[in-house]
Design a protein around this ligand. Structure first.
Ligand code: MEV
Length: 421
């Protein structure tokens, strides 16, 4: 559905049942689709095919971030994550961004890099040039492996090659640049890299060992920007301190790791919800954050003439809407339906916007009231539940602990004892 507002005011106040009904109404979900959200249609046999030695399944909360507007289109964003406050924080930041038009994105297209490692070379430099002279033949052989991808406009598009020095000697690294269209693309590019091995060995007169994609997907980037209204952020001082918080991450890898973790809270939750490979996205993001030789912030912040905060984020985004679990897992399919994304690039652009929203929300909270305030009430409920509180007891204990500023097992047990007496 293209024409709707993602500002679902009061959505957080509804019960799970009511939220599901709302989604059903908005996206015309079938009873089966709704059942998949409750795990009612769980078929263990399906999971047995996914990995080895399956003994069961592990469930996580599926939430919806509201208020997102990306490239003038509204989105409700599914998030699968165990951490309290993340969904609320993203929704809040998206609401602030909305005031100034939401998120605007661009991308480099879905090009993945597949690496072929060549060793035992007598003349690495001329082997490299010989490979490049014959790149059309390499591309043609690679493309014979995936006629469907080529028909869709994708396939191997180029070849690049580098000679590198390593602790076990000189190597030639040949890289296939493959347009994977709407898939994550790992299978397609790995198959191509394996298929061109004999040709690469013939051309280079070397020996090929590894043939595998690179998770540093630097040719599959998404850029996003958004303007965050100064007043909505809490005023001039908060904006100034958010800028200091960003500068800290930009300068210091210890802070940058945490800053980028905040970005990935959002991106990984959506990656998971859509059945994509979260480790590939994490690996790509952190490698990209080190591309200048020092690990740094993936996002940037500046203050514009109006005094508003302008955030940007550029990140490799190897995720798809086709292949892998994306078409198999019932909740991943449902996530795509709720998002209404048609292409991998559109999904990547929403994910990157979510990452920027998440980052801004964390920086705002850190620079203003501190992060624990938001975390505490949900955390308090978890602590209460963990000590065996039931029904209404959970709320009562959580409220009391937050009021007293003592959220821990000991306090929870003392309050529970008092209530039960
Ligand atoms: C917690 O999951 C994420 C934060 O630590 C991010 C940050 O510090 O920017 C709050």
């Amino acid at each position: 559905m293209d024409n709707f507002s993602s500002e679902l005011s009061g959505f957080y106040k509804l019960s799970i049942d009511e939220r599901q009904k709302k989604l059903q109404e908005l996206f015309d979900l079938s009873e089966e689709e709704l059942a998949s959200l409750s795990g009612e249609d769980l078929d263990l046999k399906k999971y047995d095919r996914m990995i080895e030695n399956v003994c069961g399944v592990y469930s996580l909360p599926f939430g919806i971030a509201t208020n997102f507007r990306v490239n003038d289109k509204d989105y409700l964003v599914p998030m699968v994550i165990e951490e309290a406050s993340v969904v609320a924080a993203a929704s809040h930041a998206a609401k602030i961004a909305r005031k100034k038009g939401g998120f605007t994105t661009s991308n480099t297209g879905p090009i993945m890099i597949s690496q072929i490692q060549v060793v035992d070379l007598d003349c690495p430099a001329s082997a490299r040039v010989h490979i490049l002279h014959n790149k059309d033949e390499i591309i043609e052989l690679a493309n014979q492996q995936d006629a469907i991808l080529v028909k869709l406009g994708g396939g191997a598009k180029d070849v690049r090659a580098r000679v590198i020095e390593t602790i076990t000697g000189t190597m030639l690294i040949v890289e296939l640049l493959v347009d994977v269209r709407d898939a994550m693309g790992a299978n397609a590019v790995n198959t191509m890299a394996e298929a061109v091995k004999p040709l690469i060995e013939k051309l280079s007169k070397g020996r090929v060992i590894l043939r595998i994609l690179s998770n540093l997907a630097e040719l599959r980037l998404v850029q996003v920007t958004a303007v965050f209204d100064s007043e909505a952020l809490g005023g001039e001082e908060v904006v100034r301190d958010i800028l200091h918080a960003y500068s800290f991450a930009e300068a210091d890898p210890y802070r940058a790791a945490t800053h980028n973790k905040g970005i990935m809270n959002g991106i990984i939750a959506l990656t998971q919800a859509t059945g994509n490979d979260t480790r590939a996205v994490e690996a790509g993001a952190h490698a990209y954050a080190s591309r200048f030789g020092k690990y740094t912030s993936l996002s940037t912040y500046e203050i514009n003439e109006e005094g508003d905060l302008v955030g940007t984020l550029e990140i490799p985004m190897a995720i798809g809407v086709f292949g892998g679990l994306t078409n198999v897992h019932p909740v991943a399919k449902l996530s795509k339906k709720i998002l209404g994304v048609k292409t991998a690039t559109e999904l990547a652009e929403v994910a990157t916007s979510l990452g920027l929203a998440q980052n801004l929300a964390a920086l705002r909270a850190l620079a203003a009231e501190g992060i624990q305030k938001g975390h505490m009430s949900l955390h308090a409920r978890n602590v209460a539940a963990a000590i065996g509180a039931e029904g209404n007891e959970v709320e009562v204990i959580a409220k009391e602990m937050v009021k007293e500023g003592k959220v821990n097992t000991e306090s929870a047990m003392a309050i529970l004892e008092k209530i039960r007496k």
